[in-house]
Design a protein around this ligand. Sequence first.
Ligand code: TXA
Ligand code: MG
Length: 325
Amino acid sequence: MATIYPSSDENISFLSKKILGGELVAVPTETVYGLAADAFNAEACARIFESKERPFFDPLIVHLPVDYDWTRICYPPPLLTVLAEAFWPGALTVVVRKKPSIPDIVTAGFDSVAIRVPNHPVFQQLLSRCKRPLAAPSANPFGYVSPTTAGHVQETLGEKISYILDGGPSQIGLESTIIDLRDPDQISLLRPGAIPKSDIEAVLGKNVQTLERKPENTETMPGQLERHYSPKTPAFLREKIESEEPLQHPSTAFLFYQKPSPSIEHLENVFWLSEKGDSVEAARRLFSRLHEIDRVGFKKLIAEKAPDSGLGIAINDRLRRAAAR
Ligand code: TXA
Ligand code: MG
């Protein structure tokens, strides 16, 4: 069973030694919790795939200490500096051409690497102690709902790993946005996430195209599986839930986008993402609500879409994939 370590200097120092010794440590990030290993240690990274039961064709994101010299691991395109100034440390992941210092297992054999400088003080302390990049996918079993607390990691991966660093609940609650920056004339969005595409376009001064998940795009979008982030409770996605439905179907969980009318809010099968329809709050609660609903054990889950703009786009992406079969 994993041990949860509160984020003291002493614990961070202890866990950095574990990482440098080739062990896995679950870490807090501002987006979701990650399962980290030394990105230069191929064997340690192989254990990430084993613990998550993640297929080897799905590459890992490499997380960097603030001020890390990128040229040690990739060929940085000029626009990387522009994006880094605007969004790093933060919830943007950028795919660039990799150098051989990053082992093939991290990038699933692709000649590109996904990099991000995370903005969580506890994770940054750990990174700066390790003085090297750490590879980390979200710390959930492959295909399951992502963790936003140390407790979520303990519940789902606790049997497979030994160390969890607790940095409190993830502030954002949704994964980073991933863009492919390799071709300056064709910058593309690989995964909608915490930073809206329009914010990135505003900084770049050009359009970012949205790549569709099609078989011919697997080369540029490895691992972007349609079914993902899936609770155990069979999930269905709707445009809207009518407020009489929860009363009629008590064994179904209903996940509203916004707190519903007082006549049904007390029902045990009624959940919501936000009090007043605020997308930041909704994003932060999304994975927590899915974990909570799974713990109760409803027969099914009916979720309602968020308004399809800004962060709502990423929320709907996760809900759609949670409900995919
Ligand atoms: O917010 C996040 O991004 C979190 C935290 C822990 O940083 N990480 C995360 O990792 O969501 P993961 O492994 O659950 O999702 C990363 C996705 C992979 O599914 C893969 O499709 C994509 O990033 N990816 C990684 N390397 C890539 C590459 N070289 N080219 C294209 N896509 C890549
Ligand atoms: Mg994931």
